[in-house]
Design a protein around this ligand. Structure first.
Ligand code: ZN
Ligand code: ZN
Ligand code: ZN
Ligand code: ZN
Ligand code: ZN
Ligand code: ZN
Length: 235
């Protein structure tokens, strides 16, 4: 009998022998491509219990990305990681395993998902200007007051920096909290969420915390971020 429900999309991916079917799921999974957490949507081979992120199932073999504008980066697949060939993502500093992008010339490595972080955000602690995701020297994160060493969201004009993972910290911006610029701002901050142990035994390469950040930033629903297309905001 003919059904009006559209057939779920299926892809044949080079990392797996069987076709993968698009599926919306309620629980988290670990992507068998990039070995990091995923949720909501997977491309799955049911008999093999094989999952890929939507992005890992569809991302191109070569990519021009703002995180490495000087060269094209290429998709690599490392079958086994050993102590000798262990590498870390230049963006988030977590290890890369399985599928990742690399610039061979520069030995630049990046998780597929880390190439999907937004280049610009607007944050409640710094509503005047947009923050750009970029590499910088040592400075202080305005959310946790910790030191920023590599990639961060930055307003270059004001030298205002926020760690990637601190973008999600709950910021209390009530007027009483803004009277003392340097002292009281951190009082309203509280890191969100907790550790979940259900997947811990499988040791994914991106920690739970980083996964939450990536998920929230790539789908664009973060409480601290000011909504609206950045092109509008920059006018
Ligand atoms: Zn993946
Ligand atoms: Zn299979
Ligand atoms: Zn990364
Ligand atoms: Zn390069
Ligand atoms: Zn921070
Ligand atoms: Zn600024």
């Amino acid at each position: 009998m003919a059904s009006k429900t559209p057939k779920p999309r299926a892809v044949q991916h080079f990392t797996h022998n069987h076709p993968l079917t698009e599926l919306n799921i309620a629980c988290d999974f670990i992507c068998d491509g990039c070995k990091t957490y995923g949720s909501d949507k997977t491309y799955r081979c049911e008999p093999c219990n094989y999952d890929l992120h939507e992005y890992c199932a569809t991302c191109p073999f070569t990519l021009q990305n703002f995180t490495h504008p000087q060269h094209e980066i290429s998709l690599f697949r490392q079958k086994q990681s050993t102590r000798q060939n262990e590498r870390v993502c230049d963006i988030c500093n977590e290890s890369v395993e399985g599928l990742f992008y690399r610039c061979k010339l520069c030995e630049f490595d990046v998780h597929p998902l880390c190439t999907q972080l937004p280049q610009h955000v607007r944050h409640v602690l710094h509503p005047a200007h947009h923050l750009e995701f970029r590499l910088g020297g040592e400075s202080t994160c305005m959310v946790c007051q910790g030191s920023c060493q590599s990639w961060r969201y930055r307003c270059e004009l004001c030298k205002f920096d926020i760690h990637i993972e601190c973008i999600l910290a709950v910021c209390n911006t009530s007027p009483s909290n803004q009277t003392d610029e340097s002292g009281t701002k951190s009082r309203g901050l509280k890191a969100q969420g907790g550790q979940s142990s259900s997947l811990a035994s499988r040791r994914p390469s991106i920690g739970r915390r980083m996964f939450r950040v990536l998920k929230a930033l790539t789908v664009g629903v973060v409480c601290n971020l000011i909504a609206g297309p950045i092109s509008e905001a920059l006018k």
